[in-house]
Structures are given as structure tokens and as C-alpha cells.
Design a protein around this ligand. Structure first.
Ligand SMILES: Cc1cc2nc3c(=O)[nH]c(=O)nc-3n(C[C@H](O)[C@H](O)[C@H](O)COP(=O)(O)OP(=O)(O)OC[C@H]3O[C@@H](n4cnc5c(N)ncnc54)[C@H](O)[C@@H]3O)c2cc1C
Length: 427
């Protein structure tokens, strides 16, 4: 919502108040708006990345009066949910919590995407080039797949080569194929959800929010960038890598915001008809588990997205950090890409992006109540793997707010107190 539109909405809210003096708890002063009303519980969601968008979506669907705000807009280029695509997979070793959450989320990506009117998930399958370290991980994952009546296929490299002659797979025994997997649209999903919500009556404010007064075990209001205060029944802060700025005492030492480069190369169009028809999203891990490369080929644009998880990432400021990718990073991405996709040798680099992870010490998410406010939920700590879970997170947070689900220790704010070292393992 533009500044003018926001002023208009504030004005409207004030005049609604004037018209409903009795029997309604709307009470607005010039610069202070109370969203509380008798009919519906009101919620303000701060942050329109994938977690905030899906949370606002499910809260709205469950009948809450929702206001969503973001200073830079839904899925903006600074957000961790910015860019084109994110991998969707279930494979989490033996971790049943994330397996189930990813499975639930995939269903919701499909169903709720339909409700919104846009295809958000693309079921390309996932190919994992199995160097040694991933054998154990995939083997460990098999149990959960079997329990869920799903399969992880083992494709011998000879068979893979016969199917995709353009692949370099002579050094590996086999690949693993997960047919359920694929990719979701990143920024476009956030934008589509917010478009849908605005059409459905949810207010979107183009503004940052900071927590206001804590009193009687509750957060009383939030403060928008122009100083307006908003009172509501519940508040959700889902502002990703900005969470330590919003709650410095609580989260500064517990969330590590790190820089992650992404490269976009131009694949040859027309010369590889099989590739042009589409290719699974893919991951590659080397034997020592030091190289974790992954990519998405978009057949409609011939853009070959290529990224790798930094093993020793540097800290990053999401507001002002320099998003220029350096040559050494491009060279390393190119090396990892050409290792499996020889036809990409010398492919032009089209553009680059820098995104950030918001790591918790244990790489588990943060979906917990603020220790000093029973009506304030902190939703974040994506730790480089949250996007796929977006709709399941939104649904879960809605259930937490309504009391339908109990808070889990695994995702709580308080568990962070005991964690002082950051693991280098990735989920
Ligand atoms: C390069 C890269 C690749 C990734 N690949 C995958 C993948 O393949 N699969 C996967 O599942 N996950 C992946 N992830 C992780 C995933 O993208 C993130 O975990 C997820 O997007 C985090 O979403 P979020 O909503 O928590 O944060 P964000 O998307 O950062 O959203 C936070 C929002 O809050 C807003 N904001 C900031 N301050 C305020 C304020 N004061 N008030 C209101 N709003 C505010 C921001 O503008 C922003 O829009 C990847 C991440 C990166 C960086």
C-alpha cells in the first residue's frame, strides 16, 4: 500500500470509529489505531517474506482480521524470499518433523496455489548426484519415504547417462531421484499471496514495524515507520534476517545472518532438445560434504540457476550489505556447474544475486512465543531451508495463535537460551 493509500486507510479507520462509538472496540486517535473489535480477533503480521505471507494467508482463512506490513514490499530483492525459485524436497535424513512438514507444505503449495489462482509449485523431480557423503543421508531418508508410501529411486550412473547423455556422471555410482520434489516460485509466490489477500480484504501497509509497549504480559501495540501505533489482539514478527534488529536483546546473539551468493547462467537454447523439455532440480554433495551445490534449470527462459551453500559464510546486513558477487564466487559456481553439466562450459553469466540465511544455532526454525508477551509470536530462523515449508509454517502459526496446536520446544524462543554454538551442519 502506498503512503497515500495508507493515510487513506488510517483516515477510513478513524471515521469507522466515529460511526461506531458504542458496541465496537475500534478506537482511533489521530496517530494511534486500535484494530481490536468484537467480531474478529485482529492480528498484525510484520514481514511479507514467505513466512509472513503464508501466515497472513492462513490467519485470514481462519477468520482473523489481518493487517500485513513490510517496508520494502512482498518478496522484495533484499528479503531472503526474493529471487526466482526455491527447491522443494522432503529429504531430511531421519528427521521426521521436517519430512512431515515438507510433505504437508507440498500439498498446500498445490492446493492453496490453486485457490490463489497461480501455479506456485513446479513438480520437476529432484536429482541428487550421490557422491559418498549423501549415500548415508539418502539411506537414512528411505525409512520415512517408505513409511509415507513414497519412493526414492536409485538410478545407476549408466542408466542416467543413457537418459541424459549431456551429464557428467562417470565418477559416481548412482544418483537418487525423488519424483515428488521440484521448485516453487520465490518472490512471485509472496507477491501472488499478497495480491490475493489484498483482494480479499487484508490490509497491506508499505511500512516497517517495531514492537511498542510491553505491559501486563502482552505487547500493547506496534509502531509503524511514520510513528503510527497499531493495537491488535495478536502480533507476529516474521521479518527474517531483520529479527535481531527488532529484538536485539533477545536475538542478536542467537541469529546469525550470513551472505549467500547465487549465480544465473544462460543455458544454450535449442541445441539440447531433451534439456529444453525441462530438467529436474538437482543437488550435488562431494565426498567430504564440503561442496553443497544445487540448481534449477528454467526451461522457458533457459536460465540455469546455480548456488552453493557457504561452509564458512560471512555476516551480512540485510538492509545495507553489498550485494555484489565477487569473481572467486562466480568461478567456484562455474566449476561446480561444469563438473556435472559439461555443455555449460563457457556459458555466459547473466546476472547474480546475494541472499542471506538467518541461522539459529541448531538450524531449527523459530516458531515461538515471545517470553514476555503471550500475544506476540516470533516466526523466522529459516536457516537456509525454510522456503519449502512456507505454507505448513503459516498453517502451524495460525494453529499456535488459536491454541489449536501447542508450542514445540524444538521451535521455541526459550530453547535458544541454552544454545551458544552454531552448528556447521545443514538440514
Ligand atoms: C540463496 C538462498 C537459497 C535458498 N534456497 C532454498 C531452497 O532451495 N529451499 C528452501 O526451502 N529454502 C531455501 N532458502 C531459505 C529460504 O529462502 C528462507 O529460509 C526463507 O525465504 C526465509 O523467509 P522469511 O519470510 O523468514 O524471511 P524474508 O523472506 O527475509 O522476509 C522477511 C521480510 O520482513 C521484512 N521486514 C524487515 N524488517 C521489517 C520490519 N521491521 N517490519 C516489517 N517487515 C519487515 C523484509 O522486507 C522482508 O520482506 C534459501 C535461501 C537463500 C538465501
Amino acid at each position: 500500500m502506498s503512503k497515500n493509500k495508507r493515510r487513506e486507510w488510517i483516515k477510513q479507520s478513524t471515521s469507522i470509529t466515529a460511526g461506531l462509538l458504542l458496541g465496537n472496540s475500534f478506537q482511533a486517535k489521530a496517530n494511534s489505531i486500535n484494530l481490536k473489535q468484537d467480531k474478529k480477533a485482529s492480528v498484525v503480521v510484520a514481514g511479507a517474506g514467505i513466512m509472513g505471507c503464508w501466515t497472513a494467508y492462513f490467519l485470514h482463512k481462519s477468520g482473523y482480521d489481518v493487517t500485513l506490513c513490510d517496508p520494502y514490499g512482498a518478496g522484495n530483492p533484499r528479503a531472503s524470499s526474493g529471487g526466482e525459485t526455491r527447491l522443494i524436497r522432503y529429504m531430511y535424513g531421519k528427521d521426521e518433523v521436517y519430512f512431515n512438514m515438507a510433505k504437508r507444505a507440498r500439498k498446500l503449495w498445490l492446493e492453496e496455489g490453486k485457490a490463489i489462482g497461480k501455479q506456485l509449485f513446479f513438480n520437476t523431480g529432484l536429482l541428487i548426484f550421490s557422491e559418498k557423503s549423501i549415500y548415508d543421508y539418502a539411506e537414512a531418508s528411505k525409512g520415512l519415504y517408505q513409511k509415507a508410501g513414497l519412493k526414492l529411486d536409485k538410478i545407476p550412473s549408466g542408466q542416467l547417462k543413457a537418459k541424459y547423455p549431456f551429464l557428467n556422471v562417470d565418477d559416481i555410482d548412482h544418483a537418487i531421484y525423488d519424483k515428488e520434489a521440484g521448485y516453487a516460485l520465490a518472490a512471485d509466490s509472496c507477491k501472488a499471496i499478497v495480491d490475493y489477500l489484498e483482494k480479499s480484504g487484508v490490509k497491506f501497509l508499505l511500512s516497517g514495524a517495531k514492537p511498542g509497549k510491553f505491559e501486563a504480559g502482552k505487547l500493547q501495540h506496534i509502531i509503524l515507520n511514520d510513528g503510527t501505533t497499531l493495537s491488535a489482539d495478536y502480533f507476529i514478527f516474521a521479518n527474517g534476517p531483520w529479527m535481531p534488529k527488532s529484538f536485539p536483546e533477545l536475538l542478536q546473539a542467537k541469529l546469525n545472518i550470513t551472505r549467500q551468493p547465487v549465480m544465473y547462467f544462460g543455458a544454450p537454447a535449442g541445441s539440447l532438445p531433451l534439456l529444453d523439455k525441462g530438467f529436474p532440480v538437482w543437488m550435488n554433495r562431494d565426498a567430504a560434504n564440503k561442496e553443497r551445490a544445487y540448481g534449477v534449470y528454467e526451461s522457458n527462459t533457459h536460465i540455469f540457476k546455480m548456488a552453493y551453500t557457504q561452509m564458512d559464510p560471512v555476516s551480512f546486513d540485510p538492509t545495507s550489505g553489498n550485494r555484489t558477487v565477487i569473481k572467486a564466487e562466480v568461478d567456484h559456481a562455474r566449476y561446480l556447474m561444469e563438473k556435472r553439466f559439461a555443455f555449460m562450459e563457457g556459458a555466459p553469466l547473466l546476472y547474480t544475486k546475494v541472499c542471506q540465511h538467518t541461522d539459529t544455532p541448531d538450524k531449527d526454525f523459530l516458531l515461538g512465543k515471545h517470553p514476555e508477551a503471550s500475544n506476540l509470536w516470533l516466526v523466522g530462523g529459516g536457516s537456509g531451508h525454510a522456503f519449502k515449508h512456507g505454507p505448513a509454517i503459516g498453517e502451524k502459526v495460525t494453529n499456535l495463535v488459536s491454541g489449536k496446536e501447542k508450542e514445540q520446544e524444538k521451535f521455541s524462543v526459550t530453547r535458544l537460551y541454552d544454545l551458544n554454538n552454531f552448528t556447521k551442519n545443514h538440514k
